[in-house]
Design a protein around this ligand. Structure first.
Ligand code: PLP
Length: 465
């Protein structure tokens, strides 16, 4: 059979609330044209993120009932630890309430002002947690990783020539080399095992520690199996196990490939770093055997990490992303090629050539998709990455709109609806206008900034002030 079906039946359903175009226009206006500020009940299909939004399995809900809520040494922690250790091989496994907590604890312990962290592409919370320590987050993705239309298998790879140059020239200032698998902010593109081996070899030569940002390790492992010569006969789990063992530790959000609604962990081999990380964990998250999570959360994550590397699940997961990408492609909508692990990324800059990058073509498209059909997605572009620590603003390398697909949540007809809406918006793309920011915080501004269309006077009050 050629049709790849959802490898599950639905046991429990959650109704969707429908809205009219007029209701959505009003809701978006109240939200300052920032879809992060909408009430989720006003959203029909929510593709804002695949983080913590997936459906858990019957086995996970069953495991939740087995949760041991002992403050210290709970049975659920030991189950969690044994699953994570089997997968990663790391000596110290420290639970946290989500990925950014792992980042904050790691970076606060190891970075000082002037230090540098290298990565293929830093995710937004990773970058922010490095910069808040006064350190530099430097991206070294291969050049083709910045060209949305280039069809290549591993556009998340690290530029090893640039990595070696940085290691040679910046020496002791480089505290850590990281690789994000898959490369979320660069379009969900995978990293090859060959490239990760190259990073390991350079880190050994220059004696620098190497960590993974492992949030989507299972999707990366499956894409390696599909695309990397010599890997096709291995299981996704075997590939993931090798990848983890190439690094010295990882940060992880269990809200992604943990198949859970909350949780994460920090894991590493270094005893000294682990001790200082545990001390900070106790201060800000909780005792080291629960790290800000309930015992039942640890159970859900442990079971999720078992399910996420199963091949029928990964085959369906990757296919469902490809299905949406192919529909948009057939309609001539420019997307990041080839489709990656968890999302389809529309190249809003290429689609809306009449909107300058500093007038946020990504936000214009996000807003149009919401008004058209109640679909919520996110700009990954100049609003997210264009503002620098010194207060200046420049266009981000790309202006993308990410349609992230939650795990096991939506069916094929939901995805057909999304494709139809995108195609309708594309037909009248020349009528979309750019935006300007009217209010924004100094860091992570994309979450709370408010916008107004360019060329439209602010409000009567402001104009007469
Ligand atoms: C989601 C994510 C994070 C942060 O994890 P949270 O659980 O959202 O705090 C870090 N890195 C990458 C690549 C991510 O996708």
């Amino acid at each position: 059979m050629k049709t790849i079906i959802e490898p599950f039946r639905i046991k429990s359903v959650e109704p969707i609330q429908f809205t009219t175009r007029e209701q959505r226009e009003k809701a978006l206006d109240v939200a300052g044209r920032n879809v992060f500020l909408l009430h989720a009940d006003d959203v029909i299909i929510d593709l804002l993120t695949d983080s913590g939004t997936g459906a858990m399995s019957a086995a996970q809900w069953g495991a939740i009932m087995q949760g041991d809520e002992s403050y210290a040494g709970s049975r659920s922690y030991y189950r969690f630890e044994s699953v994570v250790r089997d997968l990663t091989g790391y000596k110290h496994i420290i639970p946290t309430h989500q990925g950014r907590a792992a980042e904050r604890i790691l970076f606060h312990n190891i970075l000082k002002p002037g230090d540098i962290v290298l990565n293929n592409t830093h995710f937004d919370t990773t970058r922010a947690n490095i910069e808040v320590e006064g350190a530099e987050a430097r991206d070294l993705v291969v050049a083709e990783g910045r060209i949305p239309s280039a069809v290549l298998p591993f556009k998340g790879n690290v530029d090893l020539v640039a990595l070696e140059k940085a290691l040679r020239e910046d020496g002791d200032r480089i505290r850590l080399v990281m690789v994000t698998i898959t490369n979320n902010s660069g379009g969900g593109q995978p990293v090859s095992i060959e490239n990760l081996r190259g990073v390991r070899a350079l880190c050994d030569r220059y004696k620098r520690p190497f960590f993974l940002d492992a949030c989507r390790f299972a999707e990366n492992a499956y894409l390696v199996k599909m695309r990397e010569p010599g890997q096709e006969h291995r299981t996704p789990k075997e590939i993931a196990q090798e990848i983890f063992r190439l690094a010295d530790g990882c940060t992880m959000s269990a809200k992604k490939d943990g198949l859970a609604n909350i949780g994460g962990f920090l894991a590493m081999n270094d005893d000294r770093w682990a001790e200082s990380c545990r001390n900070l964990l106790i201060l800000t998250e909780g005792f080291p055997t629960y790290g800000g999570l309930a015992g039942y959360d640890l159970e859900a994550i442990a079971q999720g990490l078992v399910e996420v590397v199963e091949e029928p699940y990964l085959r369906y997961r990757i296919q469902s992303i490809k299905y949406l990408a192919e529909k948009l492609d057939a309609a001539g909508i420019p997307t990041v090629k080839p489709s990656g692990g968890h999302a389809v990324y529309i190249d809003a800059r290429a689609m809306l050539l009449h909107i300058a990058p500093l007038e946020y073509p990504g936000i214009a498209l996000v807003n149009a998709l919401y008004v058209e059909a109640g679909i919520r997605c996110v700009e990954i572009g100049t609003v997210m990455f264009g503002l620098h620590a010194d207060g200046t603003e420049t266009p981000a390398p790309m202006d993308l709109v990410r349609l992230a697909v939650p795990r096991r949540l939506y069916t094929q007809s939901h995805i057909d609806y999304v494709a139809e809406a995108a195609i309708e918006v594309a037909k009248r793309k020349d009528s979309l206008t750019g935006l300007r920011i009217t209010e924004a915080p100094s860091a992570l501004r994309h979450f709370t900034a408010r916008f107004a269309p360019v060329g439209v006077r602010e409000t009567v009050g402001a104009a007469t002030r």
